[in-house]
Design a protein around this ligand. Sequence first.
Ligand SMILES: [Zn+2]
Length: 395
Amino acid sequence: MLLSYKYRAYPGATTETRLNSALDTCRWLYNTLLEECTTTREHGITPTMRGTQARIVTLKDENPFLKGVYSKVLQMVNYTLWSNIAALSQTKKRGWKIGKLRFKSAFRYRTLNYNQSGFKIDREHGTITFSKIGAIPFTMHRPYAGTVKGVLITRRGDRWYVIVQAEQEVSEPKREGRSVGIDLGLTSFAADSDGAMIENPRFYEYSLKKIKKIQQSIARKKRFSKNWTKAKSKLEKVYDRITNQKGDFLHKLSRRYVDTYATICVEDLDIKGLKEKGNSPGLHRSIHDASWGRFYSYLACKAESAGTNLVKVDPRNTSQICSNCGSIVKKTLSERVHECPYCGFVADRDHNAAVNIHRVGMEQPFEPVETIPLHHISVMQVLSMKQEAPPFRAG
Ligand SMILES: [Zn+2]
């Protein structure tokens, strides 16, 4: 299992200049290789990854400034280009209408990838030395574990981060203990079979006013002027904050479940294709999709290293079945309460679904459901849960 650990890095002025110039060089290489791929294709020849890889060698002779960047980093530029090409053709195959691969602007090219070699980590002094760049101090707010496979250094606005990718062996025995079912919802982020209702985070909505204000100020400024760049990086910072808040929330929530339960049952969202969940109008479906996907991958990752069982359940009918008697009680998405006309059981819609997910996941028969008081957990409560931030899975 490859885990990524992100740390804030503090390059000095000279090092920062070198980093920015290395980014410029990599961006130039990316765009040059992309352009050559297009030209090759226009001549009826299909470009290959190996071809562009070999081209880097001749490009270096023609453009000596390329030699200012560690050679493995240049190779990774080619690797990134080809992953992007592959991702694009995948999306095309799925029937999406999309254009060509874009050239990278300075705003979009901001990561140097040191894979396998070219870096040296000094844990004692908290520095990472990159070949052709120099030593950069960083704050290791939590230690990483495992064998380091690579280090990325990335710029976000005026901040720098290093991402340490470490390979970890996992062979924890499976735990025994309590189990739970979780239903991911729209009105609340999740409901579980133990009666917890977790509030939906609205980090984006909270920052919307600020975002709009900065966007307006960008629109008033001259493109690429100093103030324009400043406002742009301010906007990036706000988006960064939202991403961090979201990540923090999802990390803490998944940690809470993995720490509390030995078996966690969730819906298999691949089967459902999010169809039922996504039909509700006016909701930012894609935002929900993304958060759910991330929540699942955090759950899976933490469950794996803690020896927790993660059971994926076929989600068909989990919201329609009465968890008390097994009757099908049809309801539309706007009906938030499950009210069974056959046995009289009344429950919150999502809680009823969570009980079903739990029952199916544990392969239990229908049993009378104990009516329990639901307890609401706010986003702030989740965020204030004390814990060491665990790593997130790469890719
Ligand atoms: Zn019933």
